[in-house]
Design a protein around this ligand. Structure first.
Ligand SMILES: NC(=O)c1ccc[n+]([C@@H]2O[C@H](COP(=O)([O-])OP(=O)(O)OC[C@H]3O[C@@H](n4cnc5c(N)ncnc54)[C@H](OP(=O)(O)O)[C@@H]3O)[C@@H](O)[C@H]2O)c1
Length: 313
């Protein structure tokens, strides 16, 4: 009887907690008719992202003097990448946006009309990734490159190709920038690294493992390329299309970490080989990324899978 009462009490308190969480979230104040397709409300962006894009439009002013840095952001047609691009453009930076195809490039030109250029390439197709690297190099050197694009659910090995192989190939083939920023996830902490599976003909790699790959890779790049500042961030669980509208973490603090690192003005942002959450060093991460032998094993596995060597390895 007592056990039954406790179970009932637990169920009730979880219910109250969920209700409180949901009712505390304010409904974004966005109007589909006013937007007329802009920002992809409920198609490629959640209302929370659209509201934040409108906040940036109204509130972020150009810096004086105008900043010089050129910044490339992958996956900047939606979510965190688009919010980062919008903020940096509003501040006066030269930003090149990346879209997966012609249709999404048209969306990006409408949403971010002041972007310097839009480069196109589907990151789930390795030939397109290599062609994208050539197109990026044709635009000249960048000060900052943010590897943000990510997929969380799809068929076959798309998640592995987009989240893990594509940033490796782009990093290896694109002219070195002054700064590299990789977007991982807190979920990397629960992942198990299986480099043999990665080299099989039908690799089965989870989203979490790809986020461990990118973090381990960033640590390797930071160690090998002393002339580049290389860092990794986690945005937290935020309300983009990937994260969903009920995500609990603060969206602005999530993408602002990318803006803060890209600008690199703060002393704490001038470091390399570090992991950040909400613009602060995050000490709580899976320490296997610091294992030099594992970093080198990942580089070798990438080379075997892609046939693209890592420069300086
Ligand atoms: N949201 C979260 O809670 C969360 C948490 C931890 C980490 N992250 C990471 O944060 C990064 C940004 O995610 P987000 O939340 O902003 O998600 P999002 O709103 O879904 O945006 C993902 C971006 O990546 C692009 N992309 C996906 N697959 C692609 C492909 N095959 N080729 C080219 N571009 C592709 C998308 O293009 P389309 O617009 O054309 O789809 C979009 O621009 C990802 O690396 C993600 O893993 C997110």
């Amino acid at each position: 009887m007592r056990a039954k009462k406790n179970t009932l009490r637990n169920i009730l308190s979880v219910g109250v907690m969920v209700f409180t969480m949901l009712s505390c979230q304010t409904t974004p104040n966005v109007n589909a008719q006013d937007l007329n397709g802009k920002y992809g409300l409920n198609t490629y962006n959640t209302p929370e992202v659209v509201e934040e894009l409108q906040y940036i439009e109204k509130n972020i002013k150009p810096l004086s003097p105008k900043p010089e840095a050129r910044i490339l952001i992958t996956g900047s047609t939606a979510g965190i990448g688009q919010l980062t691009a919008k903020t940096l453009i509003a501040k006066g930076y030269k930003v090149v946006v990346h879209a997966r195809n012609q249709k999404r490039a048209e969306d990006a030109k409408r949403d971010l009309p002041e972007a310097e250029a839009v480069v196109i390439g589907d990151l789930s197709d390795l030939d397109q990734v290599k062609k994208l690297a050539e197109d990026i190099n044709a635009l000249g050197r960048f000060d900052v490159i943010i590897h943000n694009a990510g997929a969380s659910s799809s068929e076959g090995d798309v998640v592995f190709t987009v989240n893990s192989l594509a940033p490796y190939i782009l990093t290896s083939l694109v002219h070195k920038p002054k700064r590299l920023i990789y977007v991982s996830s807190d979920l990397h902490k629960g992942a198990r690294l299986n480099l043999e599976n990665m080299q099989s003909s039908t690799p089965k790699i989870s989203y979490s493992e790809t986020k461990l790959h990118i973090f381990l890779f960033a640590k390797a790049v930071a160690r090998k390329w002393k002339d580049v500042k290389v860092n990794t961030i986690t945005p937290g669980w935020v309300s983009t299309k990937m994260g969903g509208s009920n995500a609990p973490d603060n969206l602005r603090l999530g993408y602002s970490t990318l803006v803060w690192l890209a600008e690199g003005k703060d002393k704490a942002a001038q470091t390399t080989g570090q992991y950040f959450f909400q613009s602060k060093l995050e000490p709580n991460y899976n320490k296997i990324v610091d294992d030099i032998a594992l970093q080198d094993a990942l580089l070798n596995a990438y080379f075997k899978v892609t046939n693209v060597p890592f420069p300086g390895n």
